[in-house]
Design a binder for this molecule. Structure first.
Ligand SMILES: *[C@@H]1O[C@H](CO)[C@@H](O)[C@H](O)[C@H]1NC(C)=O
Ligand SMILES: *[C@@H]1O[C@H](CO)[C@@H](O)[C@H](O)[C@H]1NC(C)=O
Ligand SMILES: *[C@@H]1O[C@H](CO)[C@@H](O)[C@H](O)[C@H]1NC(C)=O
Length: 429
């Protein structure tokens, strides 16, 4: 018994140590990155060999970095004033180390020119090649900071994709103003959570909205949030994620042209009444049902999500610092976004629904066949992931003396549903 206790104690110590080291590494890396990265206050792209928009892109900009002398260095100074340097590639390989690798991450391949207000909300999103025109539309419509992760398959196709990107910048001058665009070059497709983390990691405002590029932003949520001191305070505190309810037209053709979409809750409610539009993915209630749409229709002020479901995957605005990252072990379709939101919820962040703002999905055809296998795989992964996250955060709360605090409420209520968790935690809490 005694041995068991001391064993689990030493495990706990080990565990804390690992968390400590990881957190400091990530923190240091981020700090160094923002403080010392040579591109943090000018517009030059990191890797010396990368080409800018005006230059031809036929010189294999992405491959030309085998020469380590060209490799970007991250430099910092220790307490004694001694320089230390490390290659950016090496550092980023640790930052995204849960994903499949090796990957080449190229931050700020294009960097937005418009000065930022740190209290603004950056759209953090990932965009695949077939959605480039949709991104361009979003940029024109939002005219605010956007951080985009774009995956480039590490093969002959990358020249073509880059050419398309440059063309996008040529045809829409607002791209240059508002978009920070980051490339991920590797052989692994659909690492959605890693791509999300890239977009979040390099976002340059305090708050982000994790959004799918296909959604049309119907209302000016930036303005409604920033004009509301109580809501701003919730965001600043870091313990609230604001949900923007998402809708979808019942008949696909109705959802093709955003110009016909409602722009006020009043107009939206009319077509809800007519049965033309409904919650997003009404065939998969678990995905957005926790928003409680019937309540939203009547609400005039923010309200708390009380019926949380582990499949809940709303679009949320939250504080960048201090919030959990998306687990990069989820690759492909299924559970990836729900896993992000699960960990955010368990970490003690509350979901509160914005009463007047909403999003509408712009419908388009997408093939379903390839997704089924990945969904199956990720469902399995998500089952064990939830147990793991419960244990991990429970350990953290207990060790920090916060087990009985309101911050641990979400965890205690949610993880209690898991039998293995209940058994494992019995002796500790
Ligand atoms: C990084 O270190 C190498 C050798 O250790 C040195 O030649 C180089 O100048 C350093 N880079 C920077 C930016 O300090
Ligand atoms: C929410 O999750 C539970 C499992 O915890 C499930 O049984 C239930 O059907 C879900 N509720 C909704 C509205 O989907
Ligand atoms: C949703 O909101 C309605 C109206 O406020 C309420 O009656 C209902 O209980 C809520 N549903 C859930 C599952 O919380």
């Amino acid at each position: 018994m005694r041995a068991e206790i001391s064993q689990s104690l030493s495990k706990a110590v080990k565990y804390i140590f690992i968390i400590y080291v990881t957190t400091s590494l990530i923190y240091t890396a981020r700090h160094l990155y923002t403080t010392y990265s040579p591109s943090s206050n000018d517009n030059t792209v990191h890797v010396a060999s990368l080409q800018r928009d005006a230059t031809p892109i036929s010189e294999h900009p992405i491959e030309a970095k085998k020469d380590t002398r060209l490799e970007k260095q991250i430099v910092w100074v220790n307490e004694q004033g001694v320089d230390q340097n490390m290659s950016e590639n090496f550092m980023l390989s640790k930052v995204f180390s849960d994903a499949m690798g090796p990957s080449k991450v190229i931050p700020y391949y294009f960097k937005a020119k418009t000065p930022l207000d740190s209290e603004d909300i950056t759209i953090a999103t990932l965009v695949t090649r077939d959605r480039f025109p949709v991104l361009s539309r979003l940029v024109t419509h939002y005219q605010g900071p956007i951080s985009v992760a774009i995956h480039i398959q590490d093969d002959e196709s990358h020249e073509e994709i880059l050419a398309e990107l440059h063309e996008l910048y040529r045809t829409n001058s607002l791209m240059k103003e508002y978009v920070d665009l980051h490339l991920i070059v590797d052989k692994f497709d659909r690492q959605f959570n890693m791509w999300r983390n890239v977009a979040k990691f390099f976002a340059r405002t305090d708050y982000i909205v994790m959004l799918d590029v296909d959604f049309h932003i119907c209302t000016d949520f930036r303005q409604s949030i920033r004009e509301n001191p109580a809501i701003m305070e919730k965001l600043r505190s870091g313990n609230t994620a604001l949900v923007i309810p998402a809708f979808e037209f019942v008949e696909q053709p109705d959802g093709l042209d955003w110009k016909t979409f409602p722009t006020s809750k009043h107009d939206l409610l009319e077509i809800v009444e007519e049965g033309k539009i409904d919650m997003f993915h009404r065939g998969w209630k678990k995905g957005h049902g926790s928003t409680n749409y019937t309540k939203w229709y009547e609400s005039d002020s923010v309200y708390l999500v009380t019926d949380y479901n582990f499949s809940y995957e709303p679009y949320v605005i939250y504080k960048k610092e201090g919030s959990p990252w998306c687990d990069e072990r989820f690759i492909g379709y299924g559970a990836n976004k729900a896993a992000c939101l699960y960990e955010i919820y368990l970490s003690g962040i509350e979901y509160e629904v914005l009463p007047h703002d909403f999003l509408i999905h712009q419908t388009h055809y997408y093939p379903e066949s390839e997704r089924a296998k990945e969904r199956n795989y990720n469902r399995k992964l998500y089952d064990s992931f939830r147990e793991e996250v419960c244990l991990r955060y429970a350990r953290m709360f207990i060790t920090a003396g916060e087990w009985d605090s309101p911050r641990a409420d979400n965890l205690r209520n949610e993880c209690r549903k898991n039998r293995a968790f209940r058994a494992a935690i019995k002796g500790l809490a």
